[in-house]
Each structure stands twice: as structure tokens, then as C-alpha cells.
Design a protein around this ligand. Sequence first.
Ligand SMILES: [Zn+2]
Length: 343
Amino acid sequence: RTLCQISVPMPEKIEEERKYPMDFGDIRGQEAAKRCMQICAAGHHHLLVIGPPGSGKTMMAERLPYILPEMTFEEQMMVTKIHSAAGRLKPGSGLMTCRPFRRPHHSVSDKTLVGGGATPTPGEISLAHGGILFLDEFAEFSRSAVESLRQPLESGEVFVHRVRGDFCFPARPLVVAAMNPCPCGYYPDRKRCRCTSGQIQKYMAKISGPVMERLDLCVYIRRVDYRHMTDERSGMDSRRMQEKIERACQIQKERFSGRNIRYNSGMEGKMLEEYCGLDEETQLFLGKVYEKFHLSARTYQKILKVARTISDLEGSSEIRMEHVAEAVGYRLPDETYGGSLWG
Ligand SMILES: [Zn+2]
């Protein structure tokens, strides 16, 4: 018999093993924050991370691109085109297959952030399309820069009008904003933080407003104490996080087939009624939360969307009480700051 005559069982599909150049498994003792990141990645919910210096905000954000679902060929094409249009591709480089991670400095100009110019080029928000736009030291960004993100985040594109024609750049990154909890960075650790409540409120007020409204979840991370840092038991790693995300994305793909949205975060109006039904007890609970914290309709809807993602991660067709309760816990701090986040 020649070699050709020997039949070899072929795998149905040859899958390249997924690689995690940076792994959440390297981060010890931040399991709650990792869980929150997993939810954001699964349902494309924008995130605000509040934590003292050295708590691992950047480390976590950098690991996010690798746990997002793998890019489709169309996505790879689009991301490559954007980077090419910005003159950021090296000659001869092929298709971009990794999701981008962009980290503009807080001194960035509006133009660099959203794009534009005489010959319009994509800005950071478009360069991060399909990946992560990480806004570290969020409170230090100028108000106008933050405001300039508002419209693109709403529409998912940047539109530039010029006499010789209109330009449109896609702009659908997953936004991760990060900031310290107070001017010195150590609140609520009163051994180190001497900031007055007035100073803290003023600091937080910098980020209130329309862009805050576009962030969906908030997580507060603490510095990990030495005991956890040296803990040999590893917590969630990227592979385990990603497997669940992939499954949740598949559920959403089926749910939204034939519609022009892909993620739970994109649900609007009737879709919320259709896909986010609650049983009586859960409805009652959320009603109480709504009254007690004087939630806006927008916040109420965000909680529902996040709860939908949590239930998808659990593979549950119903949104249960525990899913809603967890989503409530990731609520953004309101203008009073003190009550909601620390109470
Ligand atoms: Zn402080």
C-alpha cells in the first residue's frame, strides 16, 4: 500500500490553538474584577475601573483583547483598513489578526482622539475599533476630549465632512476607563488618604455627565494584600474566562440573528422587553432598587442588559434574581458618589 491509500481520520476543522500572550492567570487575588471584565467582554459593555495606584487596572485592561471572541475575517479586514488609512501599517504586513489595544495619553487632543484633519485620518477611537480603547487616568482627560467621544460611541462611527467629500470611520471599541478613587489615590484607605469629602466629590464630578452615561459597569478594585499575592492557587485564567465568553457570544449571535446588533449592550426599546423578561419576584426587587437609588431609565436598562449577559455567561435562558443582583452591584457611582459605591 502506498501512503496515499492509508486513510487518516481528519479532524472536522483544524483549529489553531488560541494563545494568550498576556494572561489573567498572572493576576492574583482580583477575582471580582476579573469577573467584571469577563462580563464586559461577553456583552460588549463599557467599563469604568476605579482603584488605587498599583492595583492592576492597566494589567487587566491589557489582557482584555485576548479574551474577546476571535475576529471574523470581515473584522480583520476592517481593522486592517483602518490602520492602513492611518498610515500605521508597516509595508508588507499582512492582515491584522489581533484585536487592537489603544491607550491614548490623557493630554490627547480631540482630533487625535476621534480623528479628522484636513485630510481626514482615523483617530484613536477608530484605531481601537474591534478592540479596546483604554482611557487611563480618565479624570485627567480634558472635558472637551471626553465630550468628543460621546457621539461616536453612540453611533459607532466617526463622520467627517469635507468639501471634497464625506469620510466615515468605524468606531466601535470596548471602552475601559480607569481612574483613582480620589485625588491622592488611596480612598477609602483612611490610613493613607487625607482627602476631604469635598475634594473627593469634586474629583468625581469631573467624570459625571454624558460620557459617564455611556459607561455601563463600574468596578472598584483594591490593592491586593500580600497574602493573596503569594497565594499559589491560581484563580481564573484567560482560557477559562474566554471559553464562557465564546459561548455567551454564540447565544447572542443566535438571539440577534437578522438584526443589526451583535451584543446585549446594543439592545433597545422593544428588544429589552422581548429578551429581558423577569419573574415577578425579580421584577419587584429591581423595582425597589430603582426607587431606593433614584435610578434613571437609562441606568435601569443598563442593569437589565448586564443581567442578560450574566445569565448568558451562565448558559441560563432566564434572567434570574442572582443575575440582576450581581448587575446591580456593578452600577456606576451616581453624583453623590459616597452612597452607592462605598455604602
Ligand atoms: Zn485621597
